[in-house]
Each structure stands twice: as structure tokens, then as C-alpha cells.
Design a protein around this ligand. Structure first.
Ligand code: HEM
Length: 344
């Protein structure tokens, strides 16, 4: 005989007197999860977009820390100064700026935690989106640790560069999340030649970013007047950086032409055209700042431009191929096991 709702009667003992009947209460976890609201695909995209914007914002506040010489505004880590986790008046405006940058990490972590929750709750669940959200979270934890190493090594230029480049990886992951959350499935309609060129453009953009951090690590904007430099000649690394940019512009033009000639999809052509425009604008800012003695305002614009160029390069790569669908979607329906059905 079935028991009351929510209660399962063990059949092995169901004929024994009611006083000895073994009653097993099933965990209600599954049912609770099943009754949680399901986010719409648009809501998932919005929160992933927020994670992307937050990642780009933290690169800019990081640049602000460096450009105002506030790198050691909080001289210790994880505490800010002495026994205090927050900035103290003793460290003035530098402390406020550096602590503000650290605090933004918490905001970023909250936004990314929301990404994880929403992608887990979404139905059908997209395992690729869940995995990317977790990767973003792991990257933020890594950034917090790397930021601490940067402070403890007194702004070593190599750790400063690694800190910047890990942010670029996180921007790429967040951009992938946004684009994949908006679409799933699709056929590959980009020919191998433009596809190869497009992927090479993204790879070369990454190399330009690495060379850019070498220029910064060799120049005057260290984040603190006493911080060590790479020891490279700033003019030489700047010329290398600029030469890589010229190769990048040429390769992007070649990709655009190859896409046009082979009748590549409009979204890929637009992505290549946007990237080309951003590269030219960023290159102009780069030359201007170099010729005017790297004034902080132009350097800040250049950092913002680097984020946009990288975002456009990642978007181009993502538009060169299909977005996986069936292979990555977890299509298991949510099973709502009622107690009555489980004992039937
Ligand atoms: C697609 C074009 C370009 C990209 C994506 C790019 C990217 C970057 C990046 C990521 C940095 C390091 C920022 C940091 O560590 O905070 C940088 C620094 C720099 N770039 Fe570029 N760059 C580009 C073009 C150029 C060009 C054409 C020049 C011309 C010479 C140039 C000159 C510089 C200089 C002087 C710095 C050091 C700024 C400082 O003192 O911090 N860049 N660039």
C-alpha cells in the first residue's frame, strides 16, 4: 500500500504491523532543484555579457593603478596594510586606488558566480557554458593569487605582464561564453583558406599583446618609481611591437579579402572588418603615445584599445567555425521523482 505523499513505505516490511513499518524519507534535493526558476537564454547571455564587461573594466582599473604609480598603494597581500584588510589613511590616494582595484575582483567573482548558477539551471543544460563559467571562476582565483605575487615581488615586470595577459585569457573565455550562449549549432561555411588566415590573425594578435607588455615592462610606467624593469631597450621592443602590428594589419586585410573572394558568411566578414578598423585606430594611438613620450592619458586609451582589439580578434576566430550543439548540450530532462511513482 502506498504511503502518504512524501513518504515511501518499504515494501519488504509493508505487511508487518504498522508499528514496525520502516518509513524512508527521500531527500527532497532533486525536487527542490527541479522547482527552481529556469533562466531564459537571454538572461544567461546578459549575465555572461556582464562578466565580459567586468573583466574589461578590471583591466582598465589595473592600468589606472599602474599609471598613477599606485602599484604598492596596498604594500601587502592579502592584507592591504599592516593588519588591515582595507586601505588605511597612511597610504593616501594610492591606497584608495589599489584597494579599489582589489575590491573590483570581488564584484567580478560575484558576477561570474551568477554565470555558473544560471548556466547550471538553464534547460537544456549546455555543458560547454557551464565549463566555461567555471573556467572563468578559476581564472579569477588565479588572478587574485597572481595579483598577490605581483605585490609581494614589488611589481616585478614579468608578473605584471602575466597579470595583464591572464586578464586577456579571461576576456577570451568570457567572449566565448557570450557568443556561444547566443547561438548553438550551425554548419561550417568558411573555406579552409580564410579560416586558417583568421585563426592566424587571432594568434598574431596574442603575440602583439605579449610584445606590448614587454614595452610596458621596459618603459616608465611600472606602477611604482622603485619597481624593476625588464632591462630591454624600450625603443627596440617598441619597434618589434609596431612591426608585429604591421604584419597583423596585413594579415587581417588578407583574411578579409579571402573571405570576400570565397563568399564567406557576412558575420565573419563583418568581424574581420571591425577588427581591421580597431587595429588601425589602435596603431595610430600607439604611434602617437610613443612620439609624445607615453603620456598617461594616451597609455590608458591604448590599454582600452588593446582590450577591444583582442575582443574583436577572439570574435573573428569564433565566427570562423560552427558552435557545437548536440554534442555539448546536456539534454537530460529534469526528472521530478514523486514519492508515489517511486514506490509504484
Ligand atoms: C593592434 C595594435 C596594437 C595593440 C593591440 C597594442 C597592444 C599593446 C598592449 C597590450 C600594451 C601593454 C599594455 C600594458 O601592459 O598595460 C601596449 C603597450 C605599448 N604599445 Fe601597443 N599595441 C598596438 C599598437 C601599437 C603601435 C603601432 C605602437 C607604436 C609604436 C604601440 C606602442 C606601444 C607603447 C609605446 C606601449 C607602452 C605603453 C606604456 O608605457 O605602458 N602600440 N600595446
Amino acid at each position: 500500500m502506498p504511503g502518504p505523499p512524501g513518504v515511501r513505505v518499504d515494501r519488504a516490511t509493508s505487511l508487518t504491523p504498522i508499528t514496525t513499518c520502516r518509513v524512508v524519507r527521500r531527500p527532497t534535493y532533486d525536487r527542490r532543484v527541479a522547482t527552481l526558476p529556469r533562466p531564459s537564454p537571454a538572461a544567461v547571455t546578459r549575465v555572461c555579457l556582464a562578466a565580459l564587461v567586468a573583466n574589461m573594466a578590471i583591466v582598465l582599473t589595473g592600468a589606472l593603478v599602474r599609471l598613477t604609480g599606485s602599484g604598492l598603494g596596498c604594500p601587502t597581500w592579502p592584507k592591504c596594510a599592516g593588519s588591515s584588510y582595507v586601505n588605511t589613511p597612511e597610504y593616501g590616494m594610492h591606497g584608495v586606488i589599489e584597494f579599489g582595484n582589489r575590491s573590483l575582483t570581488v564584484v567580478l567573482a560575484v558576477v561570474v558566480a551568477a554565470c555558473i548558477v544560471l548556466t547550471v539551471l538553464q534547460r537544456p543544460r549546455r555543458r560547454d557554458l557551464v565549463a566555461l563559467s567555471w573556467a572563468l571562476f578559476a581564472g579569477i582565483v588565479g588572478q587574485a593569487v597572481l595579483g598577490g605575487i605581483t605585490v609581494r615581488t614589488h611589481l616585478n615586470p614579468w608578473t605584471v605582464a602575466a597579470h595583464f595577459l591572464l586578464s586577456m585569457v579571461l576576456i577570451a573565455v568570457a567572449a566565448t561564453l557570450v557568443i556561444r550562449s547566443r547561438k548553438s549549432g550551425g554548419t561550417l561555411s568558411v573555406q579552409p583558406l580564410p579560416r586558417g588566415l583568421g585563426l592566424a590573425v587571432t594568434g598574431l594578435t596574442a603575440a602583439v599583446l605579449v610584445l606590448g607588455t614587454l614595452v610596458t615592462g621596459s618603459g616608465p610606467h611600472a606602477g611604482d618609481s622603485s619597481a624593476a624593469r625588464t632591462g630591454f631597450d624600450p625603443a627596440t621592443v617598441t619597434h618589434l611591437h609596431a612591426a608585429a602590428v604591421m604584419a597583423l594589419v596585413a594579415l587581417t586585410v588578407a583574411t578579409l579579402v579571402a573571405l570576400r573572394v570565397t563568399g564567406g558568411p557576412g558575420r565573419a566578414q563583418r568581424a574581420a572588418a571591425v577588427l581591421l578598423g580597431l587595429e588601425l585606430a589602435q596603431g595610430a594611438v600607439g604611434y602617437l603615445q610613443y612620439l609624445t613620450g607615453v603620456p598617461v592619458v594616451l597609455v590608458a586609451v591604448h590599454v582600452a584599445g588593446a582590450c577591444l582589439v583582442w575582443l574583436a580578434a577572439v570574435s573573428l576566430a569564433l565566427r570562423m567555425g560552427p558552435i557545437p550543439d548536440a554534442t555539448l548540450a546536456d539534454r537530460q530532462p529534469v526528472s521530478v521523482t514523486t514519492e508515489a511513482s517511486s514506490t509504484a
